[in-house]
Design a protein around this ligand. Structure first.
Ligand SMILES: O=C(O)c1ccc[n+]([C@@H]2O[C@H](COP(=O)([O-])O)[C@@H](O)[C@H]2O)c1
Ligand SMILES: Cc1cc2nc[nH]c2cc1C
Length: 345
C-alpha cells in the first residue's frame, strides 16, 4: 500500500510561538484550547503568522455490501439519494459550509448509482459498493490501492487550487459498522464497546448489528495489517479518506477530522504514518457511543461536543470558526508591550 512521507514539524519556532501567545493581552493561558490550536497551526505552517486559505470540505460517499444484512436504520438507497441532495445544495453540510465560506466537494468513491456530471461532484467510483464482509472481502487489493491513490490525487488537486486546510466528511449507509470493526481491531477493544446506534437502530436493531459484526470478525479472524483489515471490512469512502488524509498531512495542510467514521479512517492513517497526528484537529465528539473511546485511544482533545451524529463533515464546518478565531487572535491581538498594559511580575 502506498504510504506518504509525513515530516514531524520542527520545534525551532516553539519558543517564539509560546512567547507570542503568552504575551497577548490576557491572563496567561486564558484563551484555553484556542491557544493550543493556534500553536498547532503555527507549527504545521512553521510560522508566527498563520493563515487559513480556501478552506475545503470533502465528503466521500460509498455503499456497503454489509448494508443488506440490515445493520442500519435506513435503506441503502439513502446513500445515493443523499449524494443527490448534496449536489442540490439541500443537506446540512451544504448549509454549514456555505455559512462559513468553505468550499464543498462530493466524491463518489463507490456509490451504487450512476451520477451525471455536476459542478461539485468528483467521479472516483471504485465499484458500485463494497462486497458483503459477512461472506467475502469488502474489496480487492487493487481496489484498496486505487482508493488510497485516488484520495491522495483529490487532495493534491484541492491543494493546488490554494487550499491549506481540509475537512474530511463521509456518507454511506452501513458505514458505522465498518468503522466499529476498524476501531475494534486497531484499538483492541471488544466489538460490543465499539458498536453504536449509527443512524438510529433500536435495541433489537443494535443487538442484531452486534451479532452480525461478531460474525464478520469470526470470518476475518486473522488480519495481518491495516491493509488486510481494510480489504476485509473497509469501505471505499473510508479507504479513500485515508489516502486523502495522509496526502494532506504530507503537503503540510491542516487536517480536520469529523465524527466516528472519519476518525476510524484517521485511526488507520495514524497506524500507517504516526506523524499525521501533528497535522490533525479533532472537530467534535460524536454522539455515536464508541467515539469517545476512539478519541481517547489517540489522545485527541475534540473541539466541540454537541451530540452530533450526522457525519457529512458537519462537525468540521461547525468547528471551523474556532480555528479562524485561533489564527486571528495570534495575528491581530495586541501584546502587553504594544498596548501598554501591565503584565504580572
Ligand atoms: O459522524 C458520525 O459520528 C456519525 C454517527 C452516526 C451516523 N453517521 C452517518 O450515518 C450513516 C451511517 O450510519 P449507519 O447506521 O447506516 O451505519 C453515514 O452516512 C454516516 O455519515 C455519522
Ligand atoms: C437522511 C440521512 C442523512 C445522512 N447524512 C449522513 N448520513 C446520513 C444518513 C441518513 C439516513
Amino acid at each position: 500500500m502506498t504510504t506518504y512521507d509525513i515530516p514531524k514539524p520542527t520545534t525551532e519556532l516553539d519558543d517564539a510561538i509560546a512567547h507570542k501567545i503568552n504575551f497577548k493581552t490576557k491572563p496567561l493561558g486564558a484563551l484555553g484550547q484556542l491557544e493550543s490550536l493556534a500553536k498547532q497551526i503555527c507549527q504545521i505552517q512553521q510560522t508566527l503568522t498563520p493563515v487559513l486559505t480556501k478552506p475545503s470540505i470533502v465528503v466521500f460517499a460509498a455503499d456497503h455490501g454489509l448494508a443488506k444484512e440490515g445493520v442500519s436504520a435506513y435503506p441503502q438507497e439513502v446513500t445515493h439519494q443523499m449524494v443527490l441532495n448534496f449536489l442540490g445544495g439541500g443537506a446540512a453540510i451544504n448549509v454549514f459550509s456555505e455559512q462559513q465560506g468553505i468550499d464543498l466537494s462530493i466524491v463518489d468513491a463507490g456509490v451504487n448509482f450512476d451520477f451525471g456530471d455536476s459542478p461539485n461532484l468528483i467521479h472516483a467510483k471504485i465499484a458500485m459498493g463494497t462486497g458483503n464482509a459477512l461472506v467475502e472481502n469488502a474489496m480487492s487489493k487493487e481496489q484498496l490501492t486505487n482508493a488510497i491513490n485516488k484520495g491522495a490525487e483529490i487532495v493534491r488537486d484541492i491543494q493546488s487550487k490554494g487550499s491549506n486546510i481540509i475537512g474530511f466528511g463521509e456518507m454511506g449507509i452501513g458505514n458505522t459498522s465498518a468503522a466499529s470493526l476498524i476501531m475494534s481491531h486497531i484499538c483492541q477493544i471488544p466489538i460490543e464497546k465499539c458498536v453504536g446506534r449509527g443512524t438510529g437502530v433500536d435495541d433489537d436493531g443494535w443487538q442484531k448489528k452486534l451479532d452480525i459484526l461478531k460474525q464478520v470478525q469470526q470470518k476475518h479472524a486473522h488480519l495481518a495489517d491495516t491493509a488486510a483489515l481494510l480489504q476485509a471490512v473497509g469501505g471505499f469512502e473510508i479507504t479513500m479518506m485515508i489516502g486523502a488524509m495522509l496526502q494532506a498531512a504530507a503537503l503540510g495542510m491542516v487536517v480536520l477530522v469529523d465524527g466516528f467514521i472519519s476518525t476510524s479512517a484517521y485511526l488507520c492513517a495514524q497506524t500507517l504514518e504516526p506523524n499525521i497526528q501533528h497535522y490533525a484537529i479533532f472537530c467534535h465528539q460524536s454522539d455515536e457511543s464508541g467515539h469517545q473511546q476512539m478519541l481517547e485511544f489517540i489522545d485527541a482533545d475534540p473541539l466541540l461536543k454537541m451530540n452530533l451524529r450526522l457525519g457529512e463533515g458537519t462537525g468540521c464546518a461547525l468547528a471551523y470558526p474556532l480555528l479562524q478565531s485561533s489564527v486571528d487572535f495570534i495575528n491581530k491581538m495586541a501584546s502587553f508591550e504594544s498596548a501598554g498594559v501591565s503584565n504580572k511580575d
